[in-house]
Write a protein that binds this ligand. Sequence first.
Ligand SMILES: Cc1cc2nc3c(=O)[nH]c(=O)nc-3n(C[C@H](O)[C@H](O)[C@H](O)COP(=O)(O)OP(=O)(O)OC[C@H]3O[C@@H](n4cnc5c(N)ncnc54)[C@H](O)[C@@H]3O)c2cc1C
Length: 265
Amino acid sequence: MMPETLPITDLTAAITASRKISEDVSVITFECPEIASVARPGNFVNIKVNDTTQPLLRRPFSIHNVRGNSIDIMARNVGCGTAILAGSPCFSTMQVLGPLGNSFDILNPSFDTALLVSGGIGTAPMLFLEKQLALQGSGCINFVGGRTSRDLLLQNLSNCRTATDDGSAGFRGTVVELLEHDIEALGKKSRLKIFACGPNPMLRAVAAFSRKYGIACEVSLESIMGCGIGICYGCSVEVRAPGGGIETVLLCREGPVLDAGRLVL
Ligand SMILES: Cc1cc2nc3c(=O)[nH]c(=O)nc-3n(C[C@H](O)[C@H](O)[C@H](O)COP(=O)(O)OP(=O)(O)OC[C@H]3O[C@@H](n4cnc5c(N)ncnc54)[C@H](O)[C@@H]3O)c2cc1C
């Protein structure tokens, strides 16, 4: 993961497009040139969805895509903040703070093929990551998992392998079982690196898989988060310290991307 020294901006940004891509997931476009021009894959934004105290705090979202002066976020409607986001019409404005957090380390790659492993709404950062990998000429395969075919968020991703728990699309099983299934063929082809985002049990399984096969792996974690800039301590998580033992880090500052070896399994 790349430590960030990017300029952070707090903008009043207009929604320029919003579309539902599944029953409960929307892709929302914000015009924010200052963020779009410097964002890296893995960064997130923290959004104040209205100017009332309901909800009081901003809500964090991965940067799903960058196009010109705009960024897209992909948001699952799970509560009051995301319901407001999904229901806000074009030309309404929100306070968007970003880019925040660190980013996936794709520079000077020691790999030729990136495995982008995601589950559920964890697929959100993968489009931006895939585009940056393509720009630098790295190969990439998406491994996308979901409970059923309706939970697969494949829009605009290329080169996708899919897994569903119920077998309604792609491989029947988890996305990590699909990786196990494919690893022999993959490993013969090239040097691999895994970039993963999804629910914590999936990330723990990906971390164990990467250790088993000696594959470099970065994971993007989620936690409850408040300020997004290291003041409120709302996003502290326990991880392995580089020198051994356990330490507490703030995910908004040291993450959300961590080396998989730091996950407490
Ligand atoms: C770095 C980061 C990046 C994220 N990226 C995305 C993204 O790209 N797309 C997306 O849809 N969501 C993303 N999330 C999760 C998203 O921030 C929460 O779903 C959102 O804040 C919920 O707000 P709400 O007001 O709708 O829900 P609330 O009404 O506050 O809560 C509804 C439910 O969601 C749970 N919840 C609240 N906040 C979080 C959270 N941070 N993580 C997990 N569960 C939560 C609550 O425990 C509760 O069960 C990200 C979270 C982090 C920390």
